[in-house]
Write a protein that binds this ligand. Structure first.
Ligand code: IMP
Length: 184
């Protein structure tokens, strides 16, 4: 069966259209995977995926990385059912791995205000990794208010709500095979 790739989708009464196709996403992930493989060629990085949104991005990008690597996950509180951030961030699940002295790459689906990544960067830094960098599939640059050092960005996008490819709206839409944007 083909992946779920409609041209338009209606979720929670809102209309979304395709913004980034499956092909565009895979093409970019291939480049990022190669870049990470080069940058960490003599290391064994550990990818830490931020649940739930980053699980598909992490699964795909890892398969373009051709050096030894490991994976772990953590979970933060989400937007709930809203399209705007609550402005608060809470831990829902911590990592299991000991990252002291390790090269860590935090894998996020989207950086919006930057609150979550700013929080996680400080939190994980305290665990004394050898290095810590951030890879995000999407970056709403105009919306970012908090200081975040992003090393790998898939796509810079406008400040509009998006979903699909792991990203949800009120928990729906994660199963879409590409990225959709809210129709204005
Ligand atoms: P930030 O802390 O404001 O940077 O928000 C980051 C988190 O908000 C992401 O991990 C997503 O879970 C969620 N988020 C931000 N923008 C969107 C969006 O357009 N669609 C779906 N989730 C989003």
């Amino acid at each position: 069966m083909d992946q779920y790739l409609p041209e338009k989708v209606n979720i929670n009464g809102e209309q979304f259209r395709v913004y980034l196709t499956q092909e565009e996403i895979q093409q970019r992930l291939k480049q990022l995977g190669q870049q990470i493989s080069q940058d960490y060629s003599d290391k064994k990085p550990i990818f830490i995926g931020v649940l739930n949104g980053a699980y598909i991005f992490l699964a795909d990008i890892m398969r373009y990385v051709n050096i030894p690597c490991e994976v772990d996950f953590l979970k933060l509180s989400s937007y709930g059912d809203e399209k705007v951030s609550s402005g608060e961030v809470h831990d829902l699940k911590n990592i299991d791995a000991d990252i002291k002295g390790r090269h860590v790459i935090l894998i996020e689906d989207i950086v919006d205000t930057g609150l979550s990544m700013n929080y996680l960067y400080s939190k994980l830094s305290r665990l004394e990794p050898a290095s810590l960098s951030i890879a995000t599939l999407l970056h709403k640059q105009d919306a970012t208010k908090h200081d975040v050092k992003i090393r790998y960005t898939g796509f810079k996008i406008p400040d509009l709500f998006v979903l699909g490819y792991g990203l949800d709206y009120a928990q729906e839409g994660r199963n879409l095979g590409q990225i959709y944007i809210l129709e204005e």
